[in-house]
Design a protein around this ligand. Structure first.
Ligand SMILES: [Zn+2]
Length: 404
């Protein structure tokens, strides 16, 4: 697995990256869901000197999920984050992405950029970071109508959690439905899904299709892709439906007529549920328009878009962990932050912060750990092997101690 740095395309994730991100997301989820352990996550986005990693999110257009879940992920992991709309920054006065990167880069570790107008926003910034020799990492949070790189993690992760084996074996049939030309989440998803194989139907009006550049980035040996106009034709085959709205904000000059919009809502939205398989699932990257009624999930449990949105938080935490502290063992953080019960020195067992332990006895069956210069017995539930310093204890090897 190559080291992850800038994320400017779904193509930046290899198959093993996906698996590592999914596995890490599961590990972080388990810690997050345990109120006792959750605070340990605060120590993840810290540098060796204790300073927090600093993030700046720059965005144009509206986004509640992507920016919100990045902010939540960064704060939960103890990083520092500032969020600025591009409209209110110098970008509105014509400042280029290059220049914005050069200005903010030296004082932040990461820029997350979302720009609804520029298809290459993240790419331009990433190139500028390299040219200026800055360590700043650039992450695409949605570039024009082209890519939405991190969404390519969220949706496969949602499918992987529900159908691990069939997904990994390329046995699933997925339908990406809607505004095929302009939905950047469809583009990034198709690139991401192509790593897993399986069958993908691109379902949309006759005049719409995924642009050629997307096809040039997918491995067609692994995945089979077919364009379909009527979703009813494939309903018996589809395991996962991925619905999208008309990307009005990204369609530039190509707005649809009222009649086309009505047709879209009728054919390419939640109405598919009427004939979809009872064991199929519905995803939507949100925001949804009329094609996907707001309370549909309360009426039909196959609609799992809120689960998908929640997954965005965990998968983005995992991504940040793997970019900024790739070698940090989360279990070590947990071990250091918890408190442990020790006995054998005091008149009764007492609770101490695990950070006070400065060595453990390497003998496998020995419960002894050293606190200051004293050897005490530690509660055997604590993962002793995570403490790096090893010294044989006075009970296992008294010969080293008696003489003193
Ligand atoms: Zn010992």
């Amino acid at each position: 697995m190559a080291e992850l740095r800038h994320i400017t395309s779904a193509k930046d994730f290899g198959f093993l990256d996906f698996l590592e991100i999914f596995r890490t997301a599961e590990e972080l989820r388990a810690i997050y869901n345990d109120p006792v352990k959750r605070l340990s996550l605060m120590y993840l986005l810290k540098k060796a000197n204790g300073e927090a990693f600093r993030f700046r999110i720059l965005y144009s257009g509206a986004s509640t999920r992507t920016i919100g879940s990045f902010e939540d992920a960064i704060e939960t992991m103890g990083g520092e984050v500032k969020t600025n709309p591009l409209e209110f920054s110098s970008a509105a006065k014509g400042e280029t992405h290059r220049s914005t990167l050069r200005i903010h880069g030296p004082r932040c570790d990461c820029i997350i950029i979302r720009d609804d107008k520029d298809d290459y926003a993240a790419k331009k910034m990433a190139e500028a970071a390299e040219e200026y020799g800055l360590a700043t990492v650039v992450i695409d949070g949605g570039s024009g109508s082209r890519q939405h790189s991190t969404q390519a993690l969220v949706d496969p992760y949602t499918i992987w959690r529900r159908d691990k084996l069939r997904f990994m074996n390329g046995e699933l049939t997925l339908a990406l439905v809607g505004d095929l030309s302009h939905s950047r989440t469809i583009h990034s998803n198709l690139i991401g899904l192509s790593q897993f194989g399986g069958k993908v139907f691109l379902v949309g009006p006759e005049e719409e299709n995924v642009p050629d550049w997307v096809f040039s980035e997918i491995d067609t040996n692994k995945i089979s892709v077919e364009k379909i106009i009527n979703p009813r034709d494939i309903a018996a085959l589809v395991d996962y439906w991925y619905i999208t709205r008309i990307q009005d904000n990204l369609r530039k000059g190509k707005r649809l007529s009222k009649k086309q919009i009505e047709h879209y809502i009728r054919v390419y939205g939640a109405s598919i549920r009427k004939y979809a398989r009872t064991d199929s699932w519905f995803l939507h990257p949100l925001p949804a328009n009329q094609e996907y009624p707001e309370k549909i999930d309360l009426m039909d449990s196959r609609f799992i878009h809120y689960e998908q949105a929640d997954n965005g938080f965990f998968v983005r935490m995992a991504l940040l962990k793997l970019i900024f502290v790739p070698t940090l063992d989360i279990r070590t953080i947990l071990a250091e932050q918890q408190s442990v019960w020790v006995s054998g020195y005091f008149s009764r067992p007492i609770e101490l912060p695990a950070q006070l332990i400065n060595a453990v006895c390497p003998e496998p069956s020995c419960p002894r750990v050293r606190v200051h210069t004293n050897w005490v017995d530690m509660d055997p539930e604590v993962k002793k092997h995570l403490i790096k310093a090893k010294t044989v204890c006075d009970r296992c090897h008294p010969q080293f101690y008696i003489a003193k």
